[in-house]
Every structure is written in C-alpha cells, then in structure tokens.
Design a binder for this molecule. Structure first.
Ligand SMILES: [Zn+2]
Length: 118
C-alpha cells in the first residue's frame, strides 16, 4: 500500500503523492524556514490550494497531491511563509523569492481563483 521513503524527494511528474510523502515535504520546509505551525492539515478544499489561520493552523488542499512538485513546493512555501508574514506585502514577496530561488507563481494562482482568507 503506502510506501514510506525518506530522504529522497519525489520526482517531478503526474504520479499522485501519498499524504505521508506530502507531510514529509511540508516538514522539510518547516525546518528549512524555521517556522512552527501548530497544526498542518490536508483536506479537500474547494476554492483554494491552501490557507493559514492566525492561530498557526495551516491547511492544504488534498488536490495538491496530484499537482506537479514545483507547484506544490510553491504553495507549501507560500502558506508556511504566512506564519512569518501575515500579508502579501513587499517583505512576503522578497522572502518567497528567497526561499523558492525563483520568481513565484502569482498569489492568485497559488490560491486558485480566489484569494485565501486572512
Ligand atoms: Zn497568501
């Protein structure tokens, strides 16, 4: 059933990721970014790819498991970054670029058609 492999990032591709592997990816960014989410949830979300509450709860759309690794990475970093910077201002965009090492997808795309709640 679900194989758990540690220490090796999944290859880019259309193969859906297991929730465990996704959580490992998130955990990797949590330590890289030195953030401390209180809770991380993965569940189907209809209108956005992720959200971050003011209480430190980060939620990701289960549909991300079927997205390309690069897109997933951007959404993960985006949401975790909200634990440091609650808005989409200059600092947020600068840090996002620093972590991703590349220009990121736009906020709109990251959160789907609608902006997420903050
Ligand atoms: Zn955001």
């Amino acid at each position: 059933m679900t194989k758990r492999r540690k220490g090796r990032p999944p290859a880019n591709g259309p193969v859906p990721l297991s929730r465990e592997a996704f959580r490992d990816e998130v955990a990797g960014w949590v330590s890289t970014m030195k953030v401390e989410p209180k809770e991380v949830h993965v569940r189907p979300m209809s209108r956005k790819w992720g959200s971050c509450s003011t209480t430190g709860r980060v939620t990701f759309d289960a549909g991300l498991l079927e997205q390309p690794a690069e897109f997933r990475r951007q959404v993960i970093v985006h949401e975790l970054l909200h634990l440091k910077v609650p808005n989409h201002g200059k600092l947020f965009r600068a840090l996002l670029k620093a972590y991703l090492g590349t220009a990121s997808v736009t906020i709109q795309k990251t959160h789907g058609a609608q902006a997420h709640v903050h």
